[in-house]
Design a protein around this ligand. Structure first.
Ligand SMILES: Nc1nc2c(ncn2[C@@H]2O[C@H](COP(=O)(O)OP(=O)(O)OP(=O)(O)O)[C@@H](O)[C@H]2O)c(=O)[nH]1
Ligand SMILES: [Mg+2]
Length: 602
């Protein structure tokens, strides 16, 4: 059977997973009346909750006697490393671009990677059902993007399809048609069959799957020869070592699942069971003539956070895994599949420095760990500073903001304060399209401010650009916080009295401890408050007060919002049930002493 291997790539939310749904349906992977729901490939809990793809996934369909391996990829820039390596399984890409938004920062990144690997691009202008969309302008912008990325003549001559994943049609011109078959035909026509070299077996492991029955599963494309069930192979690792291993079972992809195979030929994507201690990037090679494929390089981390054991007074209340041993083992295990992640020991046995590609990348890891039963303490995210030619450099990013014109002044102000410089300002429909270059530091905490200051209208995206000289101090959070004076349950009575001092993060009746951050102060500077006072018992009732105190519901922040919120001397306590903000040093006197010591040092 003929094979086509395609990856679906795009900026976040441009409709990749929706398109995969339609491909699966159009090729009758499911029985006609089978209820499958939407975004079926986003099957991980966190993906479903957030409506985003976090892990790339393989599916395969049959269309006109050809097997099409389809790789769905994540669009968020923090997961760019994942996209980069799974592209190695593809021979062509469907580059989706939203017909209103046009190319966005991650469109550029993924296209660049695809062009570098010489994959055949097919451009899909998606979401043409959106009102005010501008398919022709967007097509032009995509062409310009190809041109700016130094595409070859051949690449510049890309085929384009228009349509709507949501409404289930794609056509080679912007005219609604019955279904997505024109696009499927386009895949057969334009994407080349996999190039297979002559020679003994070579297959690079590009991703990792896990099954509780089969254990760790190595996934990749067979580049040369064939791989057989029961075969003895050489596992060639990044450090140059070669280990013998045996293929226990083989699978190819079929629909949303896998199908057992006895032999997989070069060109197809396969899953290998039974290999021990393999890593992503290893080459599975012929036992007699082992030859490795080039190692996979992934972009360096740009951000770090301190992960420690939970040392709050509430330690161990609801977690299963709470010791530094648990924490270390779990983090080390994560680095095996999460290639863009790095973990380093620190001076303290109780904390580890974890390096990642951004707030979401690290946030997903923390969220996953807490669901597994871990308790931990997370410090403020720090960007990675580098010394280049004796000078301090920091990461910079391209920031794109689309916002109604009325707000553009505010946005520019906000970004400039954070040392951003405007590069482009143009109108896009009724929106202003702004592009900035900004230190990654300046982006931390920007999103929530941006949404508040633009009535939730701003759409922003950013993407790592390069290291540039240090930009100097950037103002942090302007408001102080209210800290609990004691360890007890908060009361409605106290919170009511304190409400005009700040916005609370806790509800009445929640247990708090000394040094816990329970509210944002309305002013700069921190304040220690008693939020656990009981109502004085008297027989007198002041008319109309007391009993019916009106408490404003607490401000609930997501983990990522908390990560962007805390300052240097603060941290987050994460347990399976709670996320609490706190001062790193809980005791007031100790905290003051440490602050003056730090000042003296500076
Ligand atoms: N109007 C419109 N909305 C669409 C279309 N296709 C997808 N969407 C919507 O866009 C949102 C994102 O769709 P997804 O398919 O999850 O996008 P994605 O590219 O997989 O997103 P990530 O995996 O997070 O990068 C969903 O709310 C979809 O319903 C379309 O053709 N038209
Ligand atoms: Mg998706």
């Amino acid at each position: 059977m003929q094979i086509r291997n395609i990856a679906i790539i795009a900026h976040v939310d441009h409709g990749k997973t929706t398109l995969v749904d339609k491909i699966l349906h159009a090729t009758h992977v499911f029985r006609d009346n089978q209820e499958t729901g939407e975004l079926i490939m986003d099957n991980n809990d966190l993906e479903r909750e957030r409506g985003i793809t976090i892990f790339s996934k393989n599916a395969a369909v049959e269309y006109k006697d050809t097997k099409i391996n389809v790789i769905d990829t994540p669009g968020h820039s923090d997961f760019g490393g994942e996209v980069e390596r799974v592209l190695k399984m593809a021979d062509g890409v469907l580059l989706l671009v939203d017909a209103f938004e046009g190319p966005m920062p991650q469109t550029r990144f993924v296209l660049q990677k695809a062009l570098q690997l010489n994959l055949k691009p097919i451009v899909v202008i998606n979401k043409v059902d959106k009102p005010n969309c501008r398919p022709d302008e967007v097509h032009e912008a995509v062409f310009e993007l190809f041109f700016n990325l130094d595409a070859t003549e051949e690449q510049l001559d890309f085929p384009t399809f228009y349509g709507s994943g949501k409404n289930g049609w794609f056509n080679s011109k912007n005219e609604q048609c019955a279904d997505i078959t024109p696009l499927l035909d386009g895949i057969l026509q334009y994407v080349p069959a996999p190039k297979v070299a002559e020679g003994p077996l070579q297959m690079q492991i590009t991703s990792l799957d896990y099954s509780s029955f089969l254990g760790r599963i190595a996934v990749g494309k067979v580049a040369r020869g064939s791989i057989k069930e029961g075969q003895s192979i050489a596992l060639m690792q990044a450090d140059g070592s070669i280990r013998r291993s045996k293929v226990k079972e083989l699978y190819t992809f079929m629909g949303m699942g896998k199908k057992k195979a006895t032999e997989v030929m070069a060109g197809d994507i396969c899953a290998v069971v039974g290999l021990e201690n393999f890593n992503i990037g290893d080459t599975i090679a012929d036992a007699e003539n082992p030859e490795a494929l080039p190692i996979i390089s992934v972009d360096e981390p740009t951000m770090s956070m301190l992960f420690g054991i939970n040392n709050s007074p509430f330690f161990g209340k609801d977690g299963k895994y709470v010791t530094s041993r648990h924490l270390r083992d779990r983090l080390m295990k994560e680095t095996e599949k999460n290639l863009a992640l790095r973990v380093e020991d620190t001076d303290s046995a109780d904390s580890f420095l974890v390096f990642g590609r951004g707030i979401l990348h690290l946030g997903i890891l923390i969220e996953t760990m807490r669901r597994e039963g871990f308790e931990l303490t997370i410090g403020q995210p720090q960007v990675l500073v580098k010394e280049i030619n004796g000078k301090k450099h920091e990461p910079f990013e391209i920031l794109v903001v689309d916002v109604p014109s009325d707000f553009s002044g505010k946005v520019i102000d906000m970004v400039t304060q954070r040392k951003g410089e405007m590069l482009i300002m143009e109108s896009k429909g009724e929106m202003q399209h702004l592009e900035f270059e900004i230190p990654s530091r300046g982006l931390i905490g920007l999103r929530s401010n941006m949404l508040t200051n633009t009535a939730g209208e701003a759409v922003m995206a950013h993407r790592f650009l390069e290291y540039k000289p240090w930009k100097g101090p950037i103002p942090g959070r302007s408001n102080g916080v209210l800290l609990s004076k004691n360890q007890e349950k908060t009361t409605a009575y106290s919170i009511d009295k304190l409400q005009d001092r700040g916005t609370f993060f806790v509800d009445p009746g929640e247990e708090v401890y000394v040094g816990q951050i329970i509210a944002e102060h309305i002013k700069p500077g921190d304040l220690i408050v008693n939020a656990t006072e009981g109502k004085k018992l008297t027989n007198m009732r002041a008319s109309g007060s007391d009993d019916s105190v009106r408490i404003i519901p607490k401000k609930q922040m997501t983990l990522e919002e908390c990560m962007e919120y805390i300052q240097q001397d603060e941290c987050i306590e994460v347990t399976p049930l709670k996320i609490r903000l706190r001062k790193t040093i809980l005791d007031e006197n100790e905290r003051k002493r440490s602050q003056s010591a730090m000042k003296a040092e500076a």
